[in-house]
Write a protein that binds this ligand. Structure first.
Ligand code: NAD
Length: 497
């Protein structure tokens, strides 16, 4: 049997050519003012390249281009079957560039190369493909009105969509906006995070090569308070698809209020509760899943189950099991193919996480493992997986999203107490319950105020189901056919017979 030579990612990284210019109206361009910023890798601080620093003038050029493209119908008026073909080619192009995209993603924000390859690239490609396949299969409606008239209820593309996305899953979050927005026929101006701009720019190029007409997808990198704010305030943007922090999500609503009341779809932070009852019959699987949920992607996942609520009678044993699993999440260089946990996105994030760890110590939680920065000699952003036991619901580490590899264990005695503590959060993105009692599973799942509830697992995920939160975790839903609703207007047309 032929064995494949493993890829030398370090060597590939050295040879990689990275273009940080914006993509506007089908052209790679410097920013209007000529400003750029340096982007370094959190793996070891190496300079990756310079990035166009988009500001209001760049956003304005991009929005005008997107509007022209929308109005002349070069994309919006193509039949769904034609849009499907182009988007499928785009999805295939992503897979064909799998290694390059994975390497860019890993260098840019520090996640392990094995995850970029196995999860992020195929997941983003699958998302584009799924909406491509869906778009010629969704029907409009005829209302059940009286015999004298026909009322058609149709969905139309909105126009120009501003997509503003974070750095934790840069490609995937971009795809969750681009898939439904483009499939529905809109033009898009995408603003990636300043901490992870490179894959978004490559996606824009690949879409062009796949046949997406110029101007339909524009990618303008830049800082949040500059490019992001200009996009969200622009009078000619019809909707904002935002994924990011609750703090900035609040601003998105203000920007809309201060400008043209554009639709705002917020996908925000989380502090998801994971409730484990003593009756569950496979505590080791539950512990392994809890550890994966909170340490995967360096703990930089919006839906990470960062609050573990465990029944008092099994708490000591269960927490010991998780601490044992935490050992397999020791951070390492993300370019090594066997690394499970990579580098946090930047020094700022390291400081934030260490501050939270310090607050956990000060407020009286018991640290079982981790709690410190590791591999200082590499010059990268590595923090050991950290577990706090005996966390009180009022403590900062139980209330606020840390966005790093930190688990807070909260003990409970009764089902009512578990549910009340789980719901005592301003967030409501996801939650889980582990029990073998059928009625308890249903009761607790119903009682949890979260957009997604998992029963006896935390891994299932599919393009067919909506993703989004209750409360301050946001209002929109990414993925599934529901996401098409965000980027289309609903029109009623009455016809007298
Ligand atoms: P962030 O809110 O700091 O930034 C997100 C995006 O908004 C970036 O592109 C940023 O440049 C831009 N931005 C920042 N300030 C802005 C401003 N004043 N005006 C306009 N734009 C601005 O979030 P982040 O740190 O990049 O990402 C982490 C957050 O994203 C976490 O809270 C996480 O839970 C959340 N997230 C949510 C989901 C979800 O689906 N609910 C998915 C992934 C991440």
């Amino acid at each position: 049997m032929k064995t494949q030579t493993p890829i030398d990612w370090h060597a590939r990284a050295k040879d990689l050519k990275i273009d940080g210019r914006a993509l506007i109206d089908g052209q790679r361009v410097a920013s209007v003012a000529g400003d750029a910023f340096e982007k370094r890798s959190p793996i070891d601080g190496r300079l990756l390249g310079t990035v166009a620093r988009g500001q209001a003038a760049d956003i304005d050029v991009a929005v005008r281009g997107a509007r022209r493209a929308f109005e002349d119908g070069r994309w919006a008026l193509q039949p769904p079957g034609a849009r499907k073909k182009v988007l499928r080619r785009f999805a295939e192009a992503m897979l064909a560039s799998r290694e390059e995209l994975a390497l860019l993603e890993t260098l840019d924000m520090g996640k392990p190369i094995r995850d970029s390859l196995a999860v992020d690239v195929p997941g983003a490609s699958r998302c584009i493909q799924w909406y491509a396949e869906a778009v010629d299969k969704v029907y409009d409606q005829i209302a059940p009105t009286g015999p004298g008239a026909v009322a058609m209820i149709t969905r139309e593309p909105m126009g120009v969509i501003g997509a503003i996305v974070p750095w934790n899953y840069p490609m995937l979050m971009a795809a969750w906006k681009l898939g439904p927005a483009l499939a529905a026929g809109n033009s898009v101006v995408l603003k990636p995070s300043e901490k992870s701009p490179f894959t978004a720019l490559r996606l824009g190029e690949l879409a062009l090569q796949a046949g997406l007409p110029e101007g339909v997808l524009n990618v303008v990198p830049g800082y949040g308070p500059e490019a992001g704010e200009a996009l969200a305030l622009h009078m000619d943007v019809d909707a904002i698809g935002f994924t990011g922090s609750t703090r900035v999500g609040r601003r998105m609503l203000e920007y809309a209020g201060r400008s043209n009341l554009k639709r705002v779809y917020n996908e925000l932070g989380g502090k998801s509760a994971n409730i484990v009852f003593a009756d569950f019959d496979d505590l080791d699987r539950a512990a392994a899943t809890a550890a994966t949920g909170v340490f995967y992607n360096q703990g930089e996942s919006c839906n990470a189950p960062t609050r573990l609520l465990v029944e008092e009678s099994i708490a000591d044993e269960f927490v010991a099991r998780i601490a044992a699993h935490a050992k397999s999440w020791a951070p390492g260089n993300p370019l090594a193919s066997d690394t499970a946990m990579g580098a946090l996105v930047d020094e700022g994030q390291v400081s934030t996480v260490l501050r939270y760890i310090e607050s956990g110590r000060k407020e009286g939680a018991k640290m079982l493992t981790g709690g410190e920065r590791v591999h200082p000699a590499q010059g990268g952003c590595y923090i050991a997986p950290t577990i706090f036991d005996r966390v009180g619901n009022e403590m900062t580490i139980a209330r606020e999203e840390i966005f790093g590899p930190v688990l807070s264990v909260i003990r409970f005695r009764t089902e009512e107490e578990a549910l009340a503590r789980a719901n005592a959060s301003s967030y409501g993105l996801q939650a889980a319950v582990w029990t073998t009692q059928l009625s308890r599973a249903h009761r607790v799942a119903r009682g949890l105020r979260a957009g997604t509830v998992h029963v006896n697992q935390y891994d299932e995920d599919d393009m067919t189901v909506p993703f989004g939160g209750y409360k301050q975790s946001g209002n929109g839903r990414d993925k599934s056919l529901h996401a098409l609703e965000k980027y289309t207007e609903l029109k009623t047309t009455w016809i007298r017979l």
